[in-house]
Design a protein around this ligand. Structure first.
Ligand code: SF4
Length: 307
């Protein structure tokens, strides 16, 4: 569940920006606001989330003092380990110099890019003026893309959940196109860059559907959306055929997602990690609409042609 935070991009002089945040994040901010209201701060600092507590700096909000406070806090953490392993397989210490306030903004952007949030959406979230700035979070080397496809082509399934590995990276690229919930191998749709689906993207019921684990979050989101649509259709007293169609799509898409999850959970940990990494790369490439290597065009569900 999301709510909206209002903020001013003072640095770029763009005011009244809106940022969707989770209700949990909003609750944390409210808790802090209640605490902050009890602090004695100069009157001109009261409107800030992180106010200056004295007038000495001449700045009404926290500036470098926030970075200093964070540095002290990080230094006081007794043990801080990163994800990298040493030659004995033990986690190595995390580089504490990488933790500073501005890094949170980068981490926010990178996590969204890795999750496959479309580049134009992230541009809005970050309030970048130019998409070129946002694109830097989507950069993936050609080598990493190829490796990701090499990994993923082995884990492609069909609409029934049966393994349908793609024979080569060339085949993955040239014989399919990325549509909202998986790759599509229907020749006329591939030729049209994914814009010519004859059955309005009801992929889980289509013989040309070839999803792989990089699409799992999109499929899960699709199932949630369909469930919401089903409830709406029932509330609207829609005809049986409408309800049946939605219910059948939910069943088919759930089968695809369940099969994929169960296949993943049966794999060794290192292979699962390899697939997760490849998935992040492919989602990022699709989200950036980089058409150089992957299926030619990414068709988003909200395009006029998508059902
Ligand atoms: S339903 Fe999906 S897989 Fe089938 S032709 Fe349309 S886009 Fe392709």
């Amino acid at each position: 569940m999301l709510t909206v935070s209002h903020w001013d991009n003072v640095k770029k002089r763009r005011f009244g920006r809106k940022l969707p945040i989770t209700r949990e994040t909003a609750a944390v901010i409210r808790t802090w606001q209640a605490r902050r209201r009890r602090l004695e701060v100069p009157s001109r600092s009261r409107k800030y989330l992180f106010p200056s507590i004295t007038d000495r700096s001449g700045i009404a909000h926290m500036g470098s003092s926030l970075a200093n406070a964070m540095r002290e806090w990080v230094a006081a953490i007794p043990v801080l380990l990163g994800d990298e392993l040493d030659e004995h397989g033990s986690r190595m210490p995390f580089d504490r110099t990488l933790i500073f306030p501005y890094a949170f903004r980068h981490a926010y952007a990178q996590r969204h890019a890795d999750a496959g949030v479309p580049v134009d959406v992230l541009k809005e979230l970050m309030d970048h003026r130019s998409i070129v700035t946002t694109m830097s979070y989507y950069q993936v080397s050609l080598k990493r893309k190829r490796e990701a496809i090499m990994t993923m082509r082995r884990h492609t399934i069909d609409r029934s959940g049966r393994p349908a590995p793609v024979t080569s990276t060339t085949d993955y690229e040239a014989q399919s196109v990325a549509v909202p919930f998986g790759n599509c191998r229907e020749p006329s749709n591939v030729k049209a860059g994914g814009k010519a689906c004859a059955i309005r993207f009801q992929c889980a019921g289509c013989g040309f559907y070839r999803p792989d684990p990089s699409y799992l979050p999109a499929i899960e989101q699709h199932v949630n959306d369909l469930r919401a649509d089903l409830e709406t259709a029932k509330a609207m007293d829609a005809d049986d055929f409408v309800v049946r169609n939605l219910a059948d799509q939910i069943t088919a898409s759930t089968t695809v997602a369940d099969t994929m999850r169960s296949r993943l959970s049966s794999l060794p940990q290192d292979e699962r990690e390899e697939i997760e990494e490849a998935s992040a790369v492919l989602r990022k490439v699709r989200a950036s609409r980089d058409h150089k290597l992957l299926p030619l065009t990414v068709i988003r569900k909200d395009t006029p042609d998508a059902g």
